[in-house]
Design a protein around this ligand. Structure first.
Ligand code: AMP
Length: 420
């Protein structure tokens, strides 16, 4: 192992690619902010209990993938593997649900940790932007969230993604289906681990990726045939609202998702350019989660979109985001005196809101101009002894190549004018 290596399954975001990550986070957040979602931030770790109860004791996330630790004080903590349980915990702790308006609409952005087998698109540290709407059961809310995710992806220019949609039923009809499914699954030829899964979380078996398992599932009872009238009507309403909004989706009755807390609406955004790890985001309704973690009844819905995989999706579609250069002006001093004066000019520009950078380290003109080019700055300011004696700096337009002397006292105003 080389000395400079990030831990297995992780990677660093470095310029220039890191700028794309920031832009993706921003693009996902923008439609949420415009739709009444407030920003929430929770700790990177929680008590293990929260995820064990919330995400579900039988899920891979809790049994295999959680980074758990015992503190010196004896607390059992886990690095957060997902956002929903933490956000709901925080909303309950702050009594946001009692403050008046329901639903409580929140969005978040941060790092998540899962001890998974690393591969392309699957990491042990990854980042998500998520949204949760807490405390209201209304198909319009489910539709709103799906529409906003679709809008976010489209604003990035993504086209090769699909939306998979399903309903998992509620506490009335799901148990009936669960039993029918278990009866069916128990007669199949399956390995020990999958047999155990039948007893704990049979819906997850439907999600098994292995061909020999899938082959046996062709005649499995369908959840659709077991949905109660209320769930059916709810789901039809969500579907109709999406269609009315022009959002194309595919009904996928095998979509169960990896977390136990989902009820009714579940959905996943998949991208066709990503290979095995094709899910770029997902979510659904979790009407029972609040009670599972000890809170009141608060039917809710939310999603999380993966930033890492969204960036991979952009790359797969060959989309380059139109990221404006951050530096507008680059200052190149020639000599000691010029260094002091130009640094003063740069500081003034920055305070006036003009993005400016500086050729540090007293390099020669040639090297400094190379840096100026690389910075992407539209203008450079060059000054030597003679310029200073005349009280001017040379202002060069890097696009046209035109250069002219501007009085020191007018540089800031001139640049502000030119940069609009
Ligand atoms: P989930 O909470 O499993 O539904 O994940 C939501 C989204 O987070 C997924 O669609 C992925 O984009 C992203 N994600 C989940 N796990 C990972 C991982 N191990 N590496 C990278 N992205 C992930």
């Amino acid at each position: 192992m080389s000395t400079f290596q990030a831990p297995k399954g992780t990677y660093d975001l470095t310029p220039p690619r890191s700028a794309t990550f920031l832009a993706v986070r921003e693009a996902i957040a923008a439609p949420l902010r415009d739709s009444g979602y407030g920003y929430i931030e929770t700790p990177g770790f929680e008590n293990v209990e929260l995820f064990a109860r919330g995400v579900g004791e039988s899920t891979d996330i809790v049994t295999k993938e959680m980074y758990t630790l015992t503190t010196k004080g004896g607390d059992q903590l886990a690095l957060r593997p997902e956002g929903t349980a933490s956000v709901l915990r925080a909303a309950l702790e702050a009594n946001l649900h009692k403050a008046g308006n329901l639903p409580v609409k929140l969005w978040y952005s941060g790092s998540y940790y899962r001890y998974e087998r690393p591969q392309a698109g699957r990491y042990r540290h990854f980042s998500q932007v998520g949204a949760e709407a807490i405390g209201t059961e209304d198909p319009v809310l489910d539709a709103e969230l799906i529409i906003l995710a679709d809008q976010a992806y489209r604003s990035l220019g993504l086209r090769q993604f699909r939306i998979l949609l399903n309903s998992l039923g509620d506490k009335e009809c799901r148990p009936v289906y669960r039993e029918a499914l278990q009866t069916f699954l128990r007669d199949l030829d399956l390995d020990e681990e999958t047999r155990r899964r039948i007893e704990i979380n049979p819906l997850r078996v439907l999600d098994d990726k292995r061909a020999d398992v899938q082959k046996q599932l062709t005649d499995a009872p369908k959840l659709r045939d077991y949905l109660c009238d209320a769930c059916k009507a709810y789901h039809e309403e969500v579907r109709a609202l999406l269609t009315a909004a022009g959002v194309v989706f595919e009904d996928d009755e095998k979509l169960v998702r990896g977390l136990d807390y989902y009820t009714r609406t579940t959905f996943e955004f998949v991208h066709d350019g990503l290979g095995a790890q094709s899910a770029v985001g997902g979510g659904g309704r979790y009407d029972g989660l609040s009670e599972m973690i000890g809170g009141p009844e608060l039917p809710s819905v939310g999603w999380a979109l993966g930033v890492d995989r969204t960036v991979l999706a952009l790359e797969a579609e060959g989309i380059e985001l139109d990221l404006p250069y951050t530096t507008s002006v680059y200052a190149v001093p020639l000599g000691e005196e010029a260094r002091r004066v130009l640094f003063g000019v740069v500081t003034g520009l920055r305070r006036a809101g003009i993005a400016a950078d500086f050729a540090f380290g007293g390099r020669g003109l040639k090297g400094a101009m190379k840096s100026a080019n690389r910075s992407g700055a539209r203008y450079t300011l060059v000054a030597g002894e003679r310029d200073l004696a005349e009280g001017v700096v040379q202002l060069k337009d890097m696009e046209s190549g035109e250069q002219n002397a501007v009085p020191l006292t007018e540089v800031a105003a001139e640049l502000a004018k030119r940069l609009g």
